[in-house]
Design a protein around this ligand. Structure first.
Ligand SMILES: Nc1ncnc2c1ncn2[C@@H]1O[C@H](COP(=O)(O)OP(=O)(O)O)[C@@H](O)[C@H]1O
Ligand SMILES: [Mg+2]
Length: 390
């Protein structure tokens, strides 16, 4: 089939008078037309391509319209099909719609009724082709990101790391610092690409999660340790108090780790020198859910409140805070608060990833903040039955 969008209509009808009336009417409206007198001939003509719409009679010798419709759809052709049905045969018309016809009209027809249907069908088909083209472009872009961009950056990180370790000759402390800064920046780009790739997987319904029962304290502690250097470097105190007894949670270890890393990365990024970040956890019983003060914009999954207990994890910072009107929107992809976002880099994808991953794990995420008074990000997950006490 041709990729080019043409506006040629194939009229398929064994009655020459009807075909002629349709032909003249369509040509008056500016369409090119062709006529096939039966189903077999129609399929032969369609195989040559170039048609955007078929007006298809149902009752015909040699090969009936229903069969022709089936062959068209099986061939993978994107041509639009409108069925022409005998009066009183609406059930069959509905069957044809289910089988891939876009519309139908009864015979004898009113010409005034036919043209709008034809225009609608052609417009719908053009929109569909455009959407498919955009989807292909998006898929190409995403695969370009993962291969053509991520692989070389990973190679750059590897080379700089070898230098930083002094394996290519001695490096002084200042050089190590600069090389480390280069590695950190490259890693930021890799994280951004990973967020984008995963968001795309979530949206395509292709994200696989490997949910297992974990002690959240162990995972959060591991991520916090990773950030202690970065916080120290920015002269930000990182206080981790995970002593409260909390339940095990059912999460994908990799996703949960990346969620915490995104939140800590933001906290470090948006907190000025001398500030602090605090991580705490608590257990919430199902009767006390209202104490968690879940904001209205948070999508609560069905059956969420039937869990016996929950883990509530809080990551607070003493940064600039987030305006109240942006609190819901920061979880949308590409959204960055005009006050804080752009000038600190990033792409506005981290929190969108966090929200999608939390949803997939039946958990909630939200932010509480007051401008000038820091922000607190909260994660709430259904608890499993065993308790953890450290
Ligand atoms: N801890 C925080 N303090 C202040 N603003 C924040 C904080 N975390 C996130 N934000 C706001 O939310 C926006 C979206 O965050 P995110 O999705 O992680 O994207 P990015 O970090 O790439 O900007 C940020 O640009 C910022 O405006
Ligand atoms: Mg971020």
């Amino acid at each position: 089939m041709t990729a080019k969008v043409s506006n040629k209509i194939l009229i398929v009808d064994d009655e020459p008078d009807i075909a002629l009336i349709l032909k003249l009417h369509m040509e008056d409206a500016g369409y090119d037309t062709a006529w096939a007198q039966d189903g077999k001939m129609a399929l032969e003509m369609l195989a040559e391509g170039g048609y955007s719409l078929v007006l298809l009679d149902i009752r015909m010798p040699r090969l009936g319209g229903v069969e022709v419709l089936r062959c068209i759809r099986e061939s993978g052709s994107d041509v639009a099909v409108i069925m022409m049905t005998a009066h009183g045969n609406e059930d069959l018309a509905v069957e044809c719609m289910k089988a891939g016809a876009i519309d139908y009209f009864p015979k004898p027809f009113a010409l005034d009724d036919v043209l709008p249907r034809v225009q609608r069908a052609i417009a719908y088909r053009s929109a569909l082709i455009e959407r498919q083209r955009l989807e292909r472009e998006k898929a190409d872009f995403v695969s370009m990101l993962s291969h053509d961009l991520k692989n070389p950056i990973t190679a750059v990180i590897g080379s700089i790391d070898i230098m930083r370790e002094g394996r290519l000759g001695p490096v002084n402390i200042e050089q190590v610092e600069y090389l480390q800064a280069a590695i950190d920046s490259c890693n930021e780009v890799v994280d951004m690409i990973d967020n984008l790739l995963d968001i795309n997987r979530f949206e395509a319904g292709k994200m696989q999660m490997n949910l297992r029962c974990y002690n959240p304290v162990e995972i959060v502690t591991a991520v916090a340790n990773r950030f202690s250097k970065a916080a120290e470097y920015e002269r930000i105190s990182l206080n981790v108090d995970l002593s409260a007894a909390v339940p095990f949670v059912n999460v994908d270890r990799n996703a949960f780790t990346r969620i915490i890393a995104n939140l800590l990365g933001n906290a470090v990024k948006f907190t000025p020198e001398g500030g602090g970040i605090t991580i705490t956890c608590q257990s919430i019983a199902s009767g006390d859910i209202s104490a968690a003060k879940i904001p209205a914009y948070v999508n609560i999954p069905e059956g969420f409140s039937r869990n016996r207990q929950f883990l509530l994890l809080s990551i607070s910072d003493t940064g600039d805070g987030i305006p109240a009107e942006d609190l819901g929107r920061i979880f949308e992809r590409f959204f960055q608060s005009p006050r804080s976002g752009r000038e600190r880099g990033g792409a506005g994808l981290g929190l969108a990833y966090c929200r999608m991953a939390m949803e997939k794990m039946d958990g909630l995420i939200w932010a509480e903040s007051e401008l000038g008074n820091g922000s607190t990000f909260k994660l709430m997950l259904p608890g499993q039955d065993e308790d953890v006490t450290l």
